[in-house]
Design a protein around this ligand. Structure first.
Ligand code: SF4
Length: 317
């Protein structure tokens, strides 16, 4: 039922000499079955690494990933392969995710072939059904097309269809609508919501765009430099953010009404280098509320309520 993950210290190699990057550091979160958790943060905050860790596409150096009561962290190759039927990922760039020489129908059917699901005829029917469910109709026509013959939005529908063809329960959507025009984006979000109901899905929705979470997320976890700085329900976070970084993200969301005035909290300066993390609170070089303590002491996780956590020295004093 829950997906806790505790992960510390992920390494990467830089040119010349080996250095370690704290891509994700000591994070822990749960996703309730049937819910959507939005993982939000700037580029380089560790969101994508977290998504890949949850799916074991990257191996964690420490910690555990629990999927429906089972620790999958040390799962061997074969059981992990079987589990991949249930947990899938939708990538940001549909063009890169699809083989340009493979027809759409064959691409969507491929996971069924890999997992040996259904007879030849059944697989064919399942693909046609899935094409209809993602509104690519007439399905028999789209079946025979190539990715280059489709628009960006249509290609992303194909990627979604391929991810859902094995009837997974858990989907990591990694910036799944980021490359699309605003109008197409809202159509895709509507589609993801519809499919969530139809297939009883649970989503980990990774995005740099807090505004997008409004349409789809029940809960939000805000990441900064590899650590989660605030979690809460969508309403709690959006209407009453606690962490200065969350406030800054919200202040950057454009308001449809130009008369609406928002406190501007765009943090000054660049995101610090993850190879050489700041001392104390990682956000202190950009924080308008910085105190002496923030520069030397890492803030603890403070529980503000049953559903709310913030990592900041301004709280729990
Ligand atoms: Fe700002 Fe200090 Fe809170 Fe970090 S701990 S966010 S520097 S007030």
């Amino acid at each position: 039922k829950h997906f806790p993950i505790r992960q510390s210290f992920f390494k990467t190699l830089l040119t010349g000499q080996k250095k370690f990057v704290h891509a994700v550091n000591n994070i822990s979160f749960n996703i309730e079955e049937g819910q959507t958790l939005g993982l939000v943060g700037e580029s380089g905050s560790g969101k994508t690494t977290t998504g890949r860790l949850v799916l074991r596409l990257i191996e964690p150096t420490n910690g555990s990933i629990i999927y429906r009561g089972t620790d999958i962290t040390a799962l061997e190759k074969e059981p992990l392969r079987k589990l991949r039927k249930e947990i899938q990922i939708i990538f940001q760039d549909p063009l890169a995710a699809l083989n340009p020489y493979m027809k759409i129908g064959d691409a969507i059917r491929h996971p069924l072939d890999i997992h040996g699901i259904g007879s030849r005829e059944e697989r064919h029917d399942m693909v046609l059904d899935m094409l209809s469910r993602v509104n690519l109709e007439p399905a028999s026509d789209f079946f025979k097309r190539y990715p280059r013959e489709l628009s960006g939005g249509q290609r992303q529908r194909v990627v979604i269809a391929r991810a859902l063809i094995t009837r997974p329960k858990f989907i990591v959507a990694d910036e799944a609508v980021a490359m699309l025009d605003v109008s197409v984006r809202s159509q895709l979000l509507d589609l993801m919501l519809k499919l969530k109901e139809e297939f009883d899905l649970t989503y980990l929705f990774i995005t740099h765009d807090l505004a997008t979470t409004k349409y789809i997320c029940d809960r939000i976890a805000v990441m900064y430099l590899g650590t989660i700085v605030e979690t809460g329900s969508f309403e709690e976070i959006y209407k009453n953010p606690s962490h200065p970084y969350t406030k800054a993200l919200i202040s950057a969301v454009p308001e449809p009404d130009p008369e609406t005035k928002k406190e501007k909290m765009i943090p000054a300066g660049e995101v610090p280098n993850a190879v050489d993390l700041p001392s104390g609170c990682f956000f202190h070089p950009r924080c308008p509320y910085v105190m002496d303590k923030c520069k030397v002491e890492e803030p603890p996780e403070i529980k503000l309520s049953k559903t709310r956590m913030v990592k900041c020295h301004l709280f729990g004093r």
